[in-house]
Design a protein around this ligand. Sequence first.
Ligand SMILES: Nc1ncnc2c1ncn2[C@@H]1O[C@H](COP(=O)(O)OP(=O)(O)OP(=O)(O)O)[C@@H](O)[C@H]1O
Ligand SMILES: [Mg+2]
Ligand SMILES: [Mg+2]
Length: 546
Amino acid sequence: MVPSLFMMQRCLFPGAIGCKPSFILVKRYNCSSQKNARLQDDRWIPTVGLEIHAQINSQSKLFSSAKNQFMAPPNSLVSNFDASIPGTLPVINKECVRKAVRTGLALNCKIQKTSFFDRKHYFYSDMPQGYQITQYKHPIAKNGYLHYPTADGSVVKRVKIEQIQLEQDSGKSMHEEGQVTLIDLNRAGVGLMEIVTAPEVSSAGDACAFLKELYGILMRIGTCDGKLAEGQFRVDANISIAQQKTKLGTRVEVKNISGFKHIHNVIEYEIKRQIRIVEEGGIVESETRAFDYETGFTVSMRDKEIKQDYRFMPEPNLPPLHVYDDSSVTSLSNPSSVINVDQERRNLPKLPADIRGHLIESFHLSFVEAEFLTNRNMENYFIEVMECAHNLNPTVVWNWIKMHVIAHMVEYNLSSIEECYVSARDLAALLLLLHNNEINAETAHLTFTTAIQTRQHPDKIVEENNWKMISDKETVTKLCEDAIATLQCTDAKALSGYDADKPKSKASKQAIKRVIMLVRKNTNDKIHTGVAKDVTMKLLNYKRTS
Ligand SMILES: Nc1ncnc2c1ncn2[C@@H]1O[C@H](COP(=O)(O)OP(=O)(O)OP(=O)(O)O)[C@@H](O)[C@H]1O
Ligand SMILES: [Mg+2]
Ligand SMILES: [Mg+2]
């Protein structure tokens, strides 16, 4: 049985000997200093390679039936295997394999028909086995690539994906003040995909653009929930600088960064730190560093002298992992019990790049607009609005989604557009009323909030509240003509300042305002002021020039 919370003296596990809080400050280079501004950054070519640990959103862990769930009471989701109780054996979770295959296919990888598991030894108190089961030399997916747009969408770049390996997550250690470390093994053994890129990215901005595209893909294909605060998408950034493109510099690895902004800051910081070292005559040492979220610096984690030896060895308790394809699956007695890569390929949804492309091409949205909808899974809602009301301006629809629909979802704590209280069909009806000048922007907003509260159709809301405005050109013209005639009789000065050559002058605006005010009064405020303004201007122009 696993105690509810392990409490141990730090010397109990070999790896925990002297178990220093992980950050040891060696030497800090303050990159925000004035001196830094004089560094000749353009003489150095930075290179970044990324290792992404994406937690697989499976129901249970990679090799045990313990539940995969965040925020459960400490050590309440720990099987005997997760706690490394002797005699327990790993059993591969098919769902994790399927999700790794899906990820590999979405990243254009070659899926390996047979892959193997290895033991990677290192000692830390939140990893009770003393090793991690991972895929070292023969991972499940290899040699892929990802095209990603730069932040403004102006350029599409490509990064090679070296491999995707299945591996176990570790537990969590909480270093309390004093002599104890608290261990929670709920996360121990949860399935991870480690996605490793080639060292091909050349800036912090591109690294983040790549990571955002990757993140969007994982969300879309449903293999990772991507909750950053829960550590479901963690990045190790490898950074080096060199003077020639063809020659890589010494790699420094910054471990375990969460959050795109932090990743950006780490890479920028590290590039500057390395440039400073070499420009001051030093050499960059190959080392593992950590990001200090409080100071914004990276700090050395391990002794540089000792190169970590993981003593990899094949995992003896797991057989080779086989996946199949259409041709090989037919020879099996129970084909539904295995993963068929071709089937997974057919089941892949449209990926973000295709969706953005469709929105840009079919509706002439900008990259930023298309990206906004795609990242929020809102493209179908947008497309349905446009299909219900073809003559709407796509950018107006986009703006309404961005301003009003999103605000409503935030207010009601809705996590997906499917839960939105105003359907795409209803939003289209509402925007048509606005487009046809039957209501103005203010009434449209009021109708939208009423639709949320009452779940009624916008047409009905407008009808029942008598909110329709007079916008029919002929009627508006008649009303404006009457108002102009009245003003000319009762207050001759009211319109005398109007200048057809300067319709935007203060005096012209004042004259238009007087007409509109009178029409509003005569119609009990039912006039569409936008239409009335246009008509009044035309009438006054005509009167002055005729
Ligand atoms: N000179 C370099 N500059 C920048 N990045 C590099 C350089 N050399 C290698 N890399 C990157 O370092 C990463 C190496 O990851 P990999 O998982 O293969 O090994 P590792 O970091 O030794 O293993 P671990 O998983 O234990 O951290 C890759 O993303 C690769 O692109
Ligand atoms: Mg790695
Ligand atoms: Mg690494």
